[in-house]
Write a protein of this length. Structure first.
Length: 275
């Protein structure tokens, strides 16, 4: 498996060339870039083809792969909104992700399909987001880039059987799961999800968590939470997963970049890689 690090692990506004340099120095194989709000560093909704290709060249200069693209913009424009205009804005975000991924040579984009809340019921979230994904699957196929649905704290898709049924309902090999190990621990066991989802898993995010905390403050550095990493590693090997484990971890307040280096070492242990 490859070691990856998400752009969010670095200080906000951190220059891309320096980000690539540090990632290479820390021993990562891949970097996951994000489609950021306007004015952000790196990819945005306004990024041109030429700009994206230049970012790809810069990553390759440092020997790094760009395997996937994430974004936070779908929290603002959920595919589950009761407002058709908002849903279309969300579709535009995913289309931009797919376009940029194709230009960068990434094969997967991470998509949060929606959120259940007081104004969006569970069944409405399911039906609306699934309808939009059916349309987006055609764009994914056209660009030869996969859509990975992430399990997040959105009160949605709360079991591995439901997640499996959801992505299978799209009936497209271009739509599957971007599995987040740490996010699951609040209500499940990652090794069980992995063995149930199997080939539906396109990519994997890693973070650690202490469920007893009960809030987002429970996310902690890798190996210091309650994830059973030997079991997770065994499950990934059982399903033949050989792609990227991308860290999405918090920064240390006193030395943000040190977390990037420590996490690389932790990933070596999780993967079982010689150091």
């Amino acid at each position: 498996m490859l070691k990856g690090v998400n752009q969010w692990c670095f200080p906000e506004g951190y220059p891309l060339e320096r980000l690539f340099e540090v990632s290479r120095e820390a021993g990562y194989d891949a970097v996951e870039l994000n489609v950021n709000p306007a004015g952000g560093v790196g990819l945005t909704m306004e990024t041109s083809a030429a700009e994206a290709e230049e970012i790809g060249r810069l990553a390759r200069q440092y020997g790094l792969q760009l395997r996937s693209i994430s974004t936070s913009l779908l929290w603002r424009h959920p595919l589950s909104s009761d407002d058709a205009t908002v849903r279309e804005q969300g579709c535009q975000v995913v289309r931009k992700q797919l376009e940029l991924a194709e230009l960068l040579g990434a094969d997967t984009v991470l998509v949060v399909p929606g959120a259940v809340n007081e104004t969006t019921s569970y069944d409405a979230c399911y039906e609306r987001s699934l309808k939009e994904l059916n349309g987006l699957a055609r764009e994914a196929e056209r660009r030869r880039v996969k859509i990975g649905i992430e399990n997040v704290w959105n009160k949605f898709l709360l079991s591995p059987l439901e997640m499996k049924s959801y992505v299978e309902s799209v009936n497209s090999p271009w739509v599957g799961v971007y599995f987040d190990v740490g996010n699951i621990l609040a209500f499940g066991y990652p090794q069980q999800w992995i063995r149930i989802l199997q080939s539906h898993i396109f990519k994997v995010h890693v973070k650690d968590f202490r469920p007893g905390v009960g809030t987002g403050q429970g996310f902690v550095p890798l190996l210091s939470g309650d994830v059973n990493w030997p079991e997770v590693r065994a499950a990934l090997r059982d399903i033949g997963y050989t792609d990227t484990l991308t860290a999405e971890i918090g920064r240390y307040a006193s030395d943000p970049l040190q977390a990037v280096f420590d996490t690389s070492n932790h990933l070596d242990i999780i993967i079982g890689r010689e150091r």
